[in-house]
Design a protein around this ligand. Structure first.
Ligand code: DCP
Ligand code: MG
Length: 378
């Protein structure tokens, strides 16, 4: 038997692109401080006051003053209060943050339309070809930082490099108001000193395994061959092999073209109880609403899909006059569709919720609460 010669070509980084990662500093807290200057230099915690609601709730974010006390995102509001008794608790006002996020995106669009939002306050920008015809990614990042501060009185941190992975690491390197550039010739040294937890997608399980294998830094990871990493981590091994060599081919993906966003679930046993079906629909609505929010999108059409035990499948839709901007609204529309058309006695084996007719969340197509509409007129 004859075997073909197995050649292994070492992957090389593509250094021809210019990618920025922009991340607002203490976003929700900074917006609140801007709205109410008496909060300046105070420990502001974005969460419901645990003294007023029986201690429930989690911290969305905290100002840098509050962070000095150890307060951080995702911690319980009760714990935050213990760490920082003088903390000023402010409940999150998502409509306001969405409005500001839209304004930030308007600034981005003056530089490039190749924008990939990761959340309300974070985005990748591909500025290889940009509307200002500037060569320097550093200069572009600095100008964007300046524009955001000048027009919105908010600060952000920026990372500049030749791919998304490095640009994001760079923006995280110095906060707040940082600007970090990782040029191709510095990528290697930067990655070698990096703690392993910073390598994208390293979840808890992987982290444990890394510890077992004594991989603590980029330098440790760099020692491993592609084959060894693939054996240990499967497909993810290849990604790690590339990342530690400064390689990330992922494009900056423009979300604008997305037409719909949905989620469906197939059940192990068919569902016959309306209550259970509605609970599943509510869970699906929540997942869909959250990912729309994360992607800075909203839509007008709600589509319910259901498949009965006999595999007969239906989709029912409703189109609204205004964009759906709350989870309750989405959930209500989904439940209405089910109550109107569904028949639990037939046994449900699949449910799906999709929102279509999507548009980016921008200032113009937001239905603002009265408070902000009034502000706009002033
Ligand atoms: N957020 C949240 N819950 C989390 C993390 C974040 O609700 N567990 C919200 C609040 C933040 C916003 O998302 O203001 C952006 O998240 P970041 O992780 O970028 O945090 P910040 O912008 O607040 O702070 P940093 O200056 O560290 O970027
Ligand atoms: Mg941020």
């Amino acid at each position: 038997m004859k075997y073909g010669l197995l050649t292994f070509e070492e992957p090389q980084p593509n250094i021809s692109r210019k990618v920025l990662h922009i991340d607002m500093d203490a976003f929700y807290a900074s917006v609140e401080i801007r709205e109410n200057p008496s909060l300046q230099n105070k420990p502001v915690i974005i969460a419901r006051d645990p003294r007023k609601n029986g201690g429930r709730g989690v911290v969305a974010t905290a100002s840098y003053e509050a962070r000095k006390y150890g307060v951080h995102s995702a911690m319980s509001a009760k714990e935050a209060l213990e760490l920082c008794p003088d903390g000023i608790f402010i409940p999150a006002n998502f409509d306001l943050y969405r409005k500001v996020s839209g304004q930030i995106h308007d600034i981005f669009h003056q530089y490039t339309d190749v924008i990939e939002p990761l959340s309300l306050d974070e985005a990748y920008l591909d500025v290889t070809n940009n509307k200002k015809d500037l060569q320097s990614g550093t200069l572009l990042a600095r100008q964007i930082q300046y524009d955001i501060y000048d027009q919105l009185k908010l600060t952000c941190s920026a990372g500049v490099s030749y791919n998304k992975f490095l640009a994001k690491l760079a923006s995280d390197f110095k906060k707040p108001s940082g600007l970090t550039v990782i040029p191709p010739e510095e990528a290697h040294n930067f990655l070698m000193q990096l703690p392993i937890s910073e390598f994208l997608g390293v979840g808890t399980k992987t982290r444990e395994k890394m510890a077992e294998l004594n991989i603590e830094t980029g330098a440790d990871l760099y020692e491993w061959t592609l084959m060894e990493l693939s054996q240990e981590f499967g497909k993810f091994g290849r990604t790690l092999y590339k990342r530690v060599r400064g390689i990330d081919e992922r494009e900056v993906e423009v979300e604008r073209d997305r037409k719909s966003l949905g989620k469906e679930t197939t059940f192990l046993t068919d569902l016959y109880q309306d209550q259970r079906i509605e609970k599943e629909l509510t869970d699906l609505s929540e997942i869909v609403f959250q990912s729309l929010n994360q992607k800075n999108l909203h839509g007008k059409t709600v589509v319910l899909k259901y498949r009965y035990r006999d595999f007969e499948t239906f989709t029912r839709r409703t189109t609204l006059f205004t964009y759906i901007d709350s989870f309750d609204r989405l959930n209500q529309e989904v439940l209405n569709l089910w109550r109107r058309y569904g028949d639990s006695e037939k046994g449900v084996r699949l449910l799906g919720v999709t929102v279509t007719n999507l548009a980016p969340l921008t200032y113009e197509n937001l239905v603002l609460p009265l408070k902000y509409s009034r502000e706009k007129r002033l």
